[in-house]
Design a protein around this ligand. Sequence first.
Ligand code: NAP
Length: 233
Amino acid sequence: MSLEGKTAVITGASRGIGAAVARMLHERGVNLGLASRSGDDLGLENVVALPCDVRDLDALTRLCDATAERFGGIDIVVPNAGVGAYGSFLDLSLEHLDEMLDVNLKGTVYAIRAALPHMLGREGDVVTLASEAGRRGLPYEAVYCASKFGQVGLTRALDHELREHGIRCTNVCPGGVATDFALEEGRGRTPDVLPGMMTAEDVAEVVVFVLERPRRFRILETALRPMTEQSWG
Ligand code: NAP
């Protein structure tokens, strides 16, 4: 199915997986609304990009309203903005604990809340960037897992509510992806773990695959893992 002329809102679009999804959709002629705190437009045309913290529903609403006004509506929302901090449960700082729940889970709820009014009445897609950590409890990732299980539950539940509106809901659940994710000092990931992980483009191709399927069916969940990782399954 061609995506040309559709309009997509992507959160966390300034780098990593969100930026790769934005670039691939742009190549396919999709108009874009891009949210990140930096407000980066990736140097692309046909883009509405605003500095936008996904913890702020008003900011997301401004971005979605401006995107819908410029392009006539919204067809696709990709809640992707996310943060991580790994370590033992009691050692996790309250700042990182709150940030993961607020950005990953509430930020996803808010992104869909802000985009959905502009999607009703057109066939559309919600594609949530969750994680393998949203499918299994993983050691030293308890709060990250909680935020990701929340995203998965939200998107699975919305599938029931939105199917009658012709809106498909999908969780994309990658394992390790070599991006800036959790590399900041004190978040528990170091650059030596990146070789052998998937690339942001690998994941973006899966998002595009999901979106390009014929509208007679929907993909509820995809699980992808690098060959270097066990499946815990
Ligand atoms: P990344 O490279 O660190 O990029 C994160 C993006 O989120 C950036 O564009 C960042 O932009 C944005 N962001 C962070 N906090 C934000 C906030 N409060 N408001 C708005 N935007 C915010 O991470 P990534 O690897 O691409 O991760 C993207 C998603 O995939 C996340 O949900 C992550 O949990 C999930 N995931 C990642 C991996 C992995 O191994 N990398 C695996 C599975 C799932 P600004 O800093 O400009 O705001």
